[in-house]
Write a protein that binds this ligand. Sequence first.
Ligand code: SF4
Length: 230
Amino acid sequence: MFIDSFIDTFKQVGLKSVNISLDSLDKAMFHTLTGRDEFTKVHRNIMLLIDSGYHVKVNMVVMNGYNDHEITSFIEWTEKTPVHIRFIEFMPFPGNHWRPEKLMTFKDILNSISETFPNIEKLEDGKHDTAKKFKVHGHLGTFAVISTMSEPFCGGCNRLRLTSDGKMRNCLFANNEMDLLTPLRKGEDITKLIHQNLAGKYYMLGGNVETEWELHQTESHERTMMGIGG
Ligand code: SF4
């Protein structure tokens, strides 16, 4: 929301790529989903970044019955704008009212896009990519699907997260986190702790499940997605 105030700082520190959450291109739906009437400002800031030459990924969490009808509008946006849409399967997090019927899977999303845009090209994915990348032939932008729930890709995941209060998390679904800030402020070497945290990374989905579908009713994680930092 405050990108316009910091864009000069972004340039100074050499930032090249920015991820932004935008779950709807409809002003009223944006307000409903976020509780803020700030669609115009967020959209304007995305365009400011793109026009300033940044690689911009827009994260859209697809929720069946809420914003799934907007998938086509997001793809239309990629036609003349070099924007990179990430359709993310809805995942269980505290307070997000997760229910299985709200999930639109990778296959559902791709089928929905192909109905309007049959000429989809598969793009090459990197070894550690969490998104399956595509583009519609001739469009300037691209799209991808992050299939955490229906086709988990944890085997290639090299993600580690550091929260704004100095806690390290080795998975989005991790049930515990490691405090790095306190020892760092005491002048201790935190390298060992980082390795320890990394070594505790579970094979899949933070060790929460035997199969991915057992996540259906889970809302037991301590942090919201916002608290983790995406
Ligand atoms: S290991 Fe965790 S963070 Fe990585 S892809 Fe799997 S669920 Fe996501």
